[in-house]
Design a binder for this molecule. Structure first.
Ligand SMILES: Nc1ncnc2c1ncn2[C@@H]1O[C@H](COP(=O)(O)OP(=O)(O)OP(=O)(O)O)[C@@H](O)[C@H]1O
Ligand SMILES: [Mg+2]
Length: 508
């Protein structure tokens, strides 16, 4: 007799149904697993055998063949221990219930405990789509699975408990759905902490309104890191779909916190400049998401940009554009989403004072150029707003006047995002920064003045095609902030001003 038990497979973010088929027949005792398993699945045999015995059950001394169907898809990890064990217990007559509407996932310890795994949230979504009613998962992962409604996520601690539950001897209540935290996030930092810096604040507000990438350049202590860290406090709240998308990535990476299984605040990831290429882009034998994907729907902050390894910076070029990253390894080629806002901060030279109004820069011309050239032209081109953060004056610093709070700025950002939501209905586009070239002309109408202004600037500055697109998108955001449907000349001029710093620093 062949026993069939349902499970769910996962490769990166892609999930698929798996059926664990078990055939126990007479013959020389053996235990084989087929169906493209990797080494860790082969080790399942030892874990399952010990767990069955340590659970007080008899392990069949017969010829056992397990097939993980579909047999042509590679399967990794120890996640199939639990369904394999259940299928053996069913074949052995220890579990005697119809399990057609159940699916199982989890690693099993030698003692029979069901141990936590990564990726339960995307698996729960798949299980629900496949019509599964009860999804038995490791207890530690239950809260993240319960984010999905319409499927019972049954938390299981050990195999004895699972057997009693399946045979109807004990009841296990499904995990309670986690309520998203839709309250306005509570930050312990606020824009009102930053004195002066009005033009930098304006640029950050534009970036937040349109989801644009931004680079802050300035001397040490001018408040760049301080400003960047306050960006999340003015970003719009996440939608439920965005929460699920981001949580799925964190689930696959195995970094979800048990107490807050649903990520309801936009992620703010700030990897140190020593981060490796794999750490930023994703990697490993079976590639896991990197910082850029963990920041999906949120902010990636690269402080001290020139200190990052060149290959790390360059690896970001394509994903910044596409909003997704593909990592290829021998074992698999996986794609993770990474729709992010990039915010980078840097000094203009090694000593930090190049272009400073009062302090003298001690670097040689060559050193300055070598420092700046660490940021390649193509990467710079992908950053929509370049702004200078000048040193704060004593007058600003000592002023007791409270500046605008994050809540006040956020209110305006929310209103501008509302205009964009209306504009992008049914297009799949989320914000101005992500307008595709197909929609660019239609969504960014310009007045005649604006058109000729842009043309003039294009000729004088010798802009790239990409810079042209970026200026247009930033102008779109500035026009939205001004509540204007048609982009006016002044919107173009302001947007251009945020692209002229590369002239001052990089091409002097
Ligand atoms: N505009 C400002 N308002 C209030 N405090 C400020 C301001 N700018 C700087 N500071 C103070 O200076 C400290 C250093 O600022 P910050 O770390 O943001 O500088 P930075 O520009 O990132 O410098 P570096 O280039 O050395 O990284 C802040 O923690 C804050 O106490
Ligand atoms: Mg800093």
């Amino acid at each position: 007799m062949v026993v069939k038990i349902k499970s769910i497979g996962i490769l990166g973010m892609d999930t698929f149904d798996v059926t664990v088929e078990t055939d126990i027949s007479r013959g020389i005792p053996s235990f084989d697993i087929v169906g493209l398993p990797d080494a860790s699945i082969k080790e399942s045999r030892d874990r399952v055998r010990s767990a069955v015995r340590n659970g007080g059950f008899e392990f069949p001394t017969k010829k056992i063949v397990i097939n993980l169907a579909p047999a042509d898809v590679k399967k990794f990890g120890s996640i199939y221990d639990f369904p394999i064990l259940v299928s053996i217990l069913v074949a052995n007559g220890i579990i005697n219930k119809d399990l057609n509407d159940c699916a199982f996932i989890g690693e099993i310890s030698l003692a029979g405990d069901v141990r936590p795994i990564n990726g339960v949230l995307p698996m729960a979504i798949q299980a629900k789509q496949s019509g599964i009613k009860n999804f038995l998962v490791p207890k530690e992962n239950a809260s993240e699975g319960a984010v999905i409604e319409g499927i019972n996520i049954i938390p299981v601690d050990n195999i004895n408990e699972a057997v009693d539950f399946l045979n109807g001897r004990v009841k296990i209540s499904p995990a309670k759905p986690a309520k998203p935290n839709t309250n306005i996030p509570n930050f312990d930092i606020d824009f009102s902490d930053v004195k002066g810096q009005m033009s930098a604040k304006r640029a950050l507000e534009i970036a937040a309104c349109g989801g644009h990438n931004i680079l802050l350049i300035g001397s040490p202590g001018s408040g760049k890191s301080m400003l960047a860290k306050r960006l999340p406090t003015i970003l719009p709240n996440m939608t439920f779909d965005e929460m699920i998308e981001t949580t799925k990535i964190h689930s696959v990476a195995g970094i979800l916190e048990k107490d807050s299984p649903l990520i309801s605040q936009r992620p703010f990831r700030s990897p140190h400049h020593t981060v490796s290429s794999a750490g930023l882009s994703g990697g490993g034998t079976i590639p896991k998401p990197g910082e850029i994907s963990l920041a999906h729907n949120g902010v990636l902050f690269l402080d001290e940009l020139p200190e990052f390894h060149k290959n790390v910076m360059e690896a970001m070029r394509q994903p910044l554009e596409d909003g997704q990253i593909t990592i290829s390894r021998v074992s698999a080629s996986l794609t993770y989403p990474c729709s992010i806002m990039l915010i980078a901060a840097m000094n203009p030279c090694p000593c930090g004072y190049f272009g400073h109004p009062t302090k003298k820069c001690t670097c040689t011309r060559k050193n300055v150029l070598a420092y700046l050239s660490k940021i390649s032209g193509p990467l710079l081109d992908r950053i929509d707003l370049h702004i200078e953060v000048p040193p704060v004056g004593f007058k600003d610093l000592s002023s007791i006047k409270k500046s605008e709070t994050s809540a006040e700025i956020k209110k305006r950002v929310d209103a501008v995002r509302e205009i964009q939501n209306e504009r992008f209905k049914n297009t799949g586009i989320k914000c101005n920064a992500r307008i595709t070239s197909a929609f660019l002309a239609e969504m960014c109408p310009m007045s005649d003045d604006a058109k000729s202004a842009l043309q003039k600037v294009f000729d004088i500055l010798g802009l790239s095609g990409r810079a042209y697109d970026k200026i247009l998108k930033v102008s779109r955001t500035i026009a939205d902030m001004d509540n204007k449907e048609v982009i006016q000349q002044e919107h173009i001029y302001e947007a251009v001003q945020y692209r002229s710093l590369d002239k001052k620093y990089w091409q002097t």
